[in-house]
Write a protein that binds this ligand. Structure first.
Ligand SMILES: Cc1ncc(COP(=O)(O)O)c(C=O)c1O
Length: 396
């Protein structure tokens, strides 16, 4: 019954989801506090209280037809203007409502822009390690995802291979910084180099190549690290943003695309993206959440809680002899598996009720991802188990 297109997706149903279900199974057997589930990027830090208050205030204070009604496919004009002004204040840009398209989270923002841009057979490049859903999103529009192998020295993109793989079919490049799963923030130098390469290749092939910056973790950056704003570097940039992590609202499905005036055919792209939003069936981003975002644009989640988790986990795992990349952003820690086959390592972790995700789920085998968006207490409780794993591999 199901379509040929869906069959491989059903076959490879996300390892992360499977792990999450395994966590629930183990919790039933051993008790929730004895299972250390680091598999899912579901924020444990609550949404700011102001968000909950804004939900109530919008319902009591605003016109019900407006709050629950249809609006332009791009979203409420005043909400888009608020988003634009907040970007301008923070990044010295000059966006208006006409550059902002409200979306159903980053996932749908990416689908909207890919549907807007891709012809069958077009290629989209991304850098491993990457969020594996990109493959599905690109195939939705008969595009081909081209993956650049990871640079395991720095986890900044491998630019030599990038330059080699760009060709006349390259329509877009997706970057994600702060990165899921590595926690690395792409440096200013990296972004300048990516822009230079893209400028050069656009000229060489006489094409337009769109840099899509997927930024659900923009606000989650530690130790004052700079997360450069990508439209500053390259004109043909589109930004995909989400409040899933920055306001801990993943189930509410709210985000936006930034389509700058500098983008080639910007107005046409914006119109097409609004229509893509409609014909993909989203129609518009959730109306209540749009109204809430307008009131809460300056709100932040408690970043200190993630930072505390990050420091405890990173220092403990290093002390036990594991080799880890120090996360600069997001809430993931990428750790080298002590054995080549990281899936085998994940199974050993499971013996100690630790659930982590194999790096092959992000096209970066021999690493594992540990999502530390969990309670501090879970990390504390899990440390003896991580130590035992280290002992089993003779690391301690
Ligand atoms: C890199 C990356 N992009 C996109 C998404 C999708 O986010 P959203 O919940 O906003 O659709 C995620 C979610 O975890 C992600 O990690």
């Amino acid at each position: 019954m199901i379509s040929e297109r869906m069959k491989p997706l059903v076959m490879n149903n996300s390892a992360i989801r499977t792990m999450f279900e395994e966590g629930n199974r183990l919790a039933k057997i051993y008790g929730r506090d004895k299972v250390f589930d680091f598999s899912l990027g579901n924020p444990n830090v609550p949404a700011p209280e102001a968000v909950n208050q804004a939900i109530m205030d919008v319902i009591t204070e605003e016109d019900s037809n407006m709050v629950h009604g249809y609006m332009s496919n791009a979203g409420y004009e005043d909400v888009r203007e608020t988003v634009a002004q907040s970007l301008n204040e923070r990044f010295g840009t000059s966006f208006t409502a006409g550059n902002i398209l409200m979306t159903v989270g980053a996932a749908s923002g990416l689908n909207v822009i890919l549907k807007t841009l891709l012809n069958p057979g077009d290629q989209v490049i991304t850098f491993a390690p990457y969020f594996l859903e990109y493959g599905g999103y690109v195939r939705n529009y008969d595009g081909e995802l081209v993956v650049i192998s990871p640079n395991t020295e720095t986890f900044q993109p491998n630019l030599k291979e990038f330059e080699e793989k760009i060709n006349e079919k390259t329509k877009a490049v997706i970057i994600n910084t702060p990165n899921n799963p590595s926690g690395v923030v792409y440096s200013r130098e990296t972004l300048e180099n990516i822009s230079d390469i893209l400028e050069k290749k656009q000229k060489e092939f006489g094409t337009s190549i769109v840099l899509i910056s997927d930024e659900p973790y923009r606000e989650l950056a530690y130790d004052g690290v700079e997360v450069p704003f990508v439209t500053k570097f390259y004109a043909n940039t589109v930004i995909g943003y989400s409040f899933s992590k920055s306001l801990s609202l993943p189930g509410e499905r709210i985000g936006y695309l930034v389509i700058p005036d500098e983008l080639t055919d910007s107005k046409e792209v914006f119109t097409a993206a609004s229509i893509a939003n409609r014909v993909l069936g989203c129609v518009n981003a959730p109306s209540l959440m749009q109204r809430v975002i307008k009131r809460c644009i300056h709100e932040k989640v408690n970043l200190e809680a993630y930072d505390r988790n990050r420091n405890l986990l990173y220092s403990s795992l290093c002390e036990y002899g594991f080799s880890c990349i120090k996360p600069q952003g997001a809430f993931y820690l990428f750790m080298k598996s002590p054995v080549e086959n990281e899936k085998e390592f994940c199974e050993v972790c499971k013996k100690y009720n630790i659930l982590v995700v194999p790096g092959s789920s992000f096209a970066c085998p021999s690493y594992v991802r540990i999502a530390y968006c969990v309670s501090y207490e879970q990390i504390e409780r899990s440390l003896p188990a991580f130590k035992k794993v280290a002992e089993e591999y003779g690391l301690v």
